[in-house]
Design a protein around this ligand. Structure first.
Ligand code: XUL
Ligand code: CO
Length: 476
C-alpha cells in the first residue's frame, strides 16, 4: 500500500515537473521530485553520483576541475589544507524566501513542516550530499537540525533525537561537524540579544541553550564551537547600557569556556565578527575589535576567530585583511567562505567565485600553516531563483574549485618568492644596526634624533605597488 501510494506521489511529481514548474515543488535533476512520504528511505539525489576530479579541461559541471582531494601541495593534501564544510542551515533549510517573496524551493527531503520526521530526513539528505561531494565536515545551529519544542526540555529532547540519528549516519565514515553553534537570534525571546539582553532570564535561557549545543557538538565529534553574536549589539544607544552589555557578554563567554573544560570538550571556541545586521551595531564588529574585546576581558587564551568573507567586506575590509589581522595575532581559527556583492550593502552569502580573492585568502592560510582544527565552511546559499537540487552541487563544486585554485596559485606565488622578495626589500633598511636596535626596543627618541641629524634627509623610495600587482596577477 505504502509502495503504491509512493509510486502515485512520484508519478504526480514527475508529471508536474515535466510540465510547467510548480511554485511549491523543487524538481530533482531527473525532472522528478520526492514528496509526501515522511518515511521514504531512498536516495535524495538519485541522479547525482560521486563527484570526481576531472581536471581543468573538463566541461562537466558535476566534476572538480581544480580540487583534487589527495593531491599534495606544499607537503599537505589539498583536503587537509582546505577542510571544506557544508553549512546545514543554507543547504537544507534554505527555501529561497526573502522579505518580498515566499519560498521558491521545496526540496525533496522537505514537506514544509518543522516536524521531527522531516528533521530526520534532512539529516539523511545531509549525509548523502556530503558523501557525494566528498566533503567530510558540516556545520549546524541547534535549531536548524532539530525543531524547537514548546519547552526547553522538549527542545533538548528533539536535539538529542536528531543527534542520535546523525551519530548513526556518521558511523564508519570520517564525517564529523567542523563546528556547532546555538541559534540565539530567531526566537522573539532573543529580540534584545541573548548574552547582551537586558533581561536576566533571557541571559540564563541562552546559557542553557549554549550548554546543550556544546554538549551535542562534543557528542558528534565536532572540532570547534562557534559564537556568532546574532543580536548581540544595539539599535540605539539611547536605551542601551553599553558597558553592562559588554560586561555581560564577557561573563557569558567566560562561563562557556569554563563549561567547555568541565565537559572535556577539546575543540576550539571561536567568535565570528560581523559589523551590522541584524542589529545596527554588532559588538563583534571586525577581527581587530573582537580581539580587543577578548584581550580586555582576559578571554584571548580561550577564543580564536571564525572569519567570514562577506562580514569582512561589510565592515569595510577585505577578507584578506581580516585573515591577516587574525593570523599575525595567532587568532585565525576558521573561515566562513562566502562573498558579497559589490553593489549590494548586506550579507548576500554568495558562493565565492573570485579566484583573486581566493588566492589572497590562501596566502594567509598557507602562512598560517593551514586552518586545522578549523576549515572552510560554505556559509553560502543559492540565489532565490536557483531551484534545482543539482544547483546545490554546482554551487559547492564551484566554491571548492575557486578556493582550490586559490591554493594552487598562492602556493606557486610563495614558492617562487617574487612577491616575498619585493616585501623583504621594502623593509631591508631595518636590517641595518639602527633598524635592529629599534626592533629590539633598545633605542629611544634622543638617539634617533642624533641619527636623523647625522644622516640628513632620507631618500625617496618607490613603494612598487604596480609591480606587486603585476606579480600577483601573473599567478591568478
Ligand atoms: C550570519 C552568519 C551565521 C553564523 C553562524 O551572518 O554568518 O550563519 O555563521 O551563526
Ligand atoms: Co557565518
Amino acid at each position: 500500500m505504502k509502495t503504491l501510494l509512493f509510486s502515485l506521489v512520484m508519478l504526480g511529481a514527475i508529471l508536474s515537473c515535466s510540465g510547467q514548474r510548480v511554485a511549491d515543488m523543487t524538481c530533482g535533476v531527473d525532472g522528478g521530485a520526492i514528496t509526501g512520504t515522511k518515511d521514504w528511505e531512498g536516495e535524495f539525489f538519485p541522479n547525482i553520483s560521486y563527484i570526481k576530479y576531472e581536471g581543468p579541461s573538463s566541461h562537466n559541471p558535476l566534476a572538480y576541475k581544480y580540487y583534487n582531494a589527495d593531491e599534495v601541495i606544499l607537503g599537505k593534501k589539498m583536503k587537509d589544507w582546505l577542510r571544506f564544510s557544508v553549512a546545514f542551515w543554507h543547504t537544507f533549510r534554505g527555501d529561497g524566501g526573502d522579505p518580498f517573496g515566499s519560498a521558491t524551493k521545496m526540496w525533496p527531503w522537505d514537506d514544509g513542516s518543522n516536524s521531527l520526521a522531516v528533521a530526520a530526513r534532512r539529516m539523511r539528505a545531509n549525509f548523502e550530499f556530503l558523501k557525494k561531494l566528498g566533503v567530510e565536515k558540516w556545520c549546524f545551529h541547534d535549531r536548524d537540525i532539530a525543531p524547537e519544542g514548546s519547552t526547553l526540555e522538549e527542545s533538548n529532547a528533539n536535539l538529542d533525537y536528531i543527534a542520535s540519528i546523525a551519530e548513526k549516519l556518521q558511523e564508519g565514515t570520517n564525517i564529523r561537524p567542523l563546528w556547532g553553534t546555538a541559534q540565539l537570534f530567531k526566537h522573539p525571546r532573543f529580540m534584545h540579544g541573548a548574552a547582551t539582553s537586558p533581561d536576566v532570564r533571557v541571559y540564563a535561557y541562552a546559557a542553557a541553550q549554549v550548554k546543550k549545543a556544546i554538549e551535542v557538538t562534543k557528542r558528534l565529534g565536532g572540532e570547534n564551537y562557534v559564537f556568532w553574536g546574532g543580536r548581540e549589539g544595539y539599535q540605539t544607544l539611547l536605551n542601551t547600557d553599553l558597558k553592562k552589555e559588554l560586561d555581560h557578554m564577557a561573563s557569558f563567554l567566560h562561563s562557556a569556556a569554563e563549561y567547555k573544560k568541565k565537559l572535556g570538550f577539546q575543540g576550539n571556541l571561536l567568535l565570528e565578527p560581523k559589523p551590522q545586521e541584524p542589529t545596527k551595531h554588532q559588538y563583534d564588529w571586525d577581527a581587530a575589535t573582537t580581539m580587543g574585546f577578548l584581550k580586555n576581558y582576559g578571554l584571548s587564551e580561550e577564543y580564536k576567530l571564525n572569519l567570514e568573507c562577506n562580514h569582512a567586506t561589510l565592515s569595510g575590509h577585505s577578507c584578506h585583511h581580516e585573515l591577516e589581522t587574525a593570523r599575525i595575532n595567532g587568532m585565525l581559527g576558521s573561515v566562513d567562505a562566502n562573498t558579497g556583492d559589490a553593489q549590494t550593502g548586506w550579507d548576500t552569502d554568495q558562493f565565492l567565485t573570485d579566484v583573486s580573492e581566493a588566492t589572497l585568502v590562501m596566502l594567509s592560510v598557507i602562512k598560517n600553516g593551514g586552518l586545522a582544527p578549523g576549515g572552510f565552511n560554505f556559509d553560502a546559499k543559492l540565489r532565490r531563483e536557483s531551484v534545482d537540487v543539482e544547483d546545490l552541487f554546482i554551487a559547492h563544486i564551484s566554491g571548492m574549485d575557486t578556493i582550490a585554485r586559490g591554493l594552487r596559485n598562492a602556493a606557486k606565488l610563495l614558492e617562487e618568492g617574487r612577491l616575498t622578495k619585493l616585501v623583504e626589500d621594502r623593509y631591508a633598511s631595518f636590517n641595518s644596526p639602527l633598524g635592529k636596535l629599534i626592533e629590539e626596543g633598545k633605542v629611544g627618541f634622543e638617539e634617533l634624533e642624533k641619527h636623523a641629524l647625522e644622516a640628513g634627509e632620507p631618500p625617496i623610495v618607490s613603494g612598487k605597488q604596480e609591480l606587486a600587482e603585476m606579480i600577483f596577477y601573473s599567478y591568478v
